[in-house]
Write a protein that binds this ligand. Structure first.
Ligand SMILES: [Zn+2]
Length: 187
């Protein structure tokens, strides 16, 4: 089975990213990625966003998605949409300087409120944050680069053992059939 490299968290000019969807996809195709999720902020976007994503015909496998702001906690949650499956991600706990205990409490509240979290980011804009790469957190641990602008593109990714199919990739992530990848730190 193929090992597919991808990024599940990225922004475009529809919210606070500097690249249009087309140009962002081109960046990741140049980097050799197999898949990309575009996940602009839910409080910035409207129908035009979803129509724009639907009108793209990228070479890489594109996931439509959104970064939700879970208001009661001001916690961002990634929603990555497959064909039938949906992946929910607790985004960058490092940015909120959460302890592992606080992270667990947030997972419980958000899950109870109807967002069934699958994964947690062990990265903050592509920087590894090992505190969250802990067996105490009962979610799969993913790396993303949360791309807004250069030099974020390609800092951190996952390599998934799955067929080139959105639902298969989401199921493989849930099953833990992937590894993390990081670009060498910049001098
Ligand atoms: Zn983000």
């Amino acid at each position: 089975m193929a090992r597919l490299r991808g990024n599940l968290h990225a922004h475009t000019t529809f919210s606070d990213g500097v690249r249009s969807p087309e140009r962002l996809i081109a960046e990741y195709e140049t980097l050799g990625y197999d898949f990309l999720a575009i996940t602009d902020h839910d409080d910035w976007i409207g129908d035009q966003y979803w129509r724009a994503l639907a009108s793209l015909s990228p070479g890489l496998l594109l996931f439509h998605g959104v970064e939700l702001n879970y208001e009661p906690l001001s916690q961002h949650v990634g929603k990555v949409v497959g064909d039938h499956e949906t992946l929910y991600v607790l985004n960058h706990p490092a940015r909120y300087r959460l302890t592992v205990g606080e992270t667990l409490a947030r997972i419980e509240i958000i899950t109870r409120d109807g967002l069934p979290l699958d994964a947690v980011e062990v990265t903050d804009t592509g920087q590894y944050r090992p505190l969250y790469d802990s067996a105490a957190i009962p979610l799969v641990k993913i790396a993303t680069d949360d791309a807004h602008r250069p030099p974020h593109f390609g800092r951190a990714w996952i390599e998934v053992e799955a067929p080139r199919d959105r639902d298969a990739i989401i199921r493989a992530i849930r099953a833990g059939d992937f590894r993390l990848g990081f670009a060498p730190p910049m001098a």
